[in-house]
Design a binder for this molecule. Structure first.
Ligand code: HEM
Length: 475
């Protein structure tokens, strides 16, 4: 098995730093590339690598395509980056692919509307508590303006109780296990390292196409030779691509919809039915227990919340609807082909999720009834969705296009992911969604599902290996 060069991989690929509960994401512009490169060269050793499990703080850094341009990569070398990265998240053809219409139209975003805006680098700061985070941040901030880079957007995060996201569901349970890390897991969930780190075999048993630079540019002689083209050095080795989407959540709208569709005959809220419907939307109960293992009611104490499949236990979607968020974003063994083929196909479209919530919780307990009954639901809140993949087109963009926003997914007729799907494509007349819950005789169809999630900004980043950072500092 391939040995992953953990020392050269930025730590966020290997772990989500869940013990480092406070985080800031800083978008910065490079104002003086010369100075910034000197600073980067001096501080490379401070970027947390994958071979250590940080106890108090961690910091990682990623570049947009325009950031790499500003760093001084020449046109030829920039041309070795895949088009989907170079074009960014907001090229016109991406709108249909990602489903960014209506309120989520890039024209309405707070940042990232244009690929060539001020976003050159993303600094991701993590710390064990708010005080340590603030001193890490202050230390960095003091160095910024005099060293050729300047912050233009600081994104705070919020740690919600019981690892929940704002709608009140336990998040961050299901992740693929990277092969080669000696972590034990079922084979169906172990995915080739090359799906997440450039320079290793992917699920096609091939090397990914990796960005390259002319060998002569590597004056510091830190990069490995390219295995793809003679005379070139491999800039991608041990790096990857990082997707950042700021997704605002309409928590009130979410629970109001669930309540309105499940009212008791006397017009009162039927808590059990309401939470049941919301759980069918997600595919998990608020505790994280998958509905496929507990279709009638939550079993919060279930030990392993990620050992399940759909094919044998729920081929008709009677337990977990085909449309549910988690069944769409990872259909596991349930794609309409042989079981092993389904697992094989799905492994080529997995991502590592590394997001963090932001904004104040509606109710600190994060219990659905407390959320519903909270008197003050004001404030902006959501998820800084972050995912990691080596092939944006086959992983993140594929999930958005073919699974999340595909109205015909899994034999369905006309519906998108009820949690995060977008129904505002101007070419279609319908502005709200439907959500089908399969039942024994006829499926129940919920209509007028509003959009609960709005994109507020986003960009694609290249998360280089540590040696590649040294190289970038040297050019
Ligand atoms: C505000 C937006 C979102 C919310 C509130 C949300 C919420 C959730 C929740 C509660 C889970 C179940 C916990 C778990 O399995 O770890 C989940 C799983 C997942 N979500 Fe999302 N999510 C959001 C956006 C996205 C986006 C944009 C993607 C797209 C690519 C995505 C992909 C996934 C995947 C791959 C899983 C794991 C499914 C599995 O392996 O079974 N999510 N999400």
């Amino acid at each position: 098995m391939e040995q992953i060069e953990l020392k050269d991989v930025q730590g966020l690929i290997i772990r989500g730093y869940s013990g480092l509960r406070s985080a800031y994401f800083v978008l910065a512009k490079i104002t003086d590339a010369g100075r910034f490169k000197i600073w980067l060269g001096h501080h490379v050793h401070e970027f947390t690598p994958g071979d250590i499990r940080p106890k108090s703080t961690a910091i990682n850094i990623a570049f947009t395509f325009s950031g790499l341009k500003v760093m001084g990569l020449n046109q030829g070398n920039l041309g070795t980056f895949p088009l989907e990265f170079a074009d960014g998240m907001t090229a016109p053809y991406k709108q249909a692919m990602l489903g960014d219409f209506g309120n989520s139209d890039p024209a309405n975003w707070e940042w990232g509307q244009k690929a060539d805006d001020n976003t050159h680098i993303l600094l991701m700061l993590y710390a064990v508590d708010a005080d340590s985070l603030n001193s890490l941040y202050t230390g960095l901030k003091e160095q910024m303006d005099t060293n050729g880079f300047t912050e233009w957007r600081l994104m705070d995060t919020t740690e919600l109780i019981k690892r929940k996201e704002h709608f009140g569901f336990h998040d961050g349970i299901a992740q693929p296990t990277i092969k080669g890390l000696n972590r034990s897991d079922d084979d169906s969930n172990c995915v080739a390292a090359g799906e997440f780190i450039l320079g290793y075999k992917n699920e096609y048993e091939q090397d990914n196409y990796s960005p390259m630079v002319d060998a002569g540019m590597d004056k510091a002689n830190v990069l490995p030779a390219s295995t793809q083209a003679p005379g070139m050095k491999d800039l991608g080795k041990n790096g990857t691509y990082l997707v950042f989407r700021q997704l605002e959540q309409d928590v009130e709208g979410f629970w109001k919809y669930m309540e309105s569709k499940t009212l008791a005959p006397d017009g009162n809220c039927d808590t059990q039915q309401m939470i049941g419907l919301a759980s069918k939307v997600v595919g998990r109960w608020p505790s994280g227990t998958p509905v496929v293992l507990a279709p009638e009611k939550d079993i919060p104490e279930l030990d392993d919340k990620n050992k399940f499949e759909y094919r044998n236990s729920d081929s008709d979607g009677l337990k977990c609807p085909f449309a549910a968020h988690i069944r769409r974003t990872n259909p596991r063994d349930s794609i309409d082909t042989a079981k092993s083929t389904s697992i094989q196909i799905v492994k080529r479209h997995r991502v590592l999720r590394r997001g963090r919530s932001y904004g104040p919780p509606v109710a600190t307990s994060m219990e659905p009834m407390d959320i519903i009954n909270a008197s003050d639901k004001s404030g902006k809140r959501g998820l800084h969705f972050i995912c990691i993949n080596t092939n944006l087109a086959l992983q993140f963009e594929f999930i958005q296009n073919f699974w999340v926003n595909n109205p015909k997914f899994g034999g369905l007729y006309d519906e998108r992911d009820p949690l995060i799907g977008n129904d505002s494509n101007p070419q279609e007349t319908r502005r709200t969604g439907t959500f089908s819950v399969e039942e024994d005789l006829v499926r129940k169809r919920f209509t007028d599902v509003p959009e609960f999630v709005t994109v507020k900004g986003g960009a694609y980043f290249f998360l280089p290996g540590i040696k590649a950072l040294t190289f970038l500092a040297s050019i």
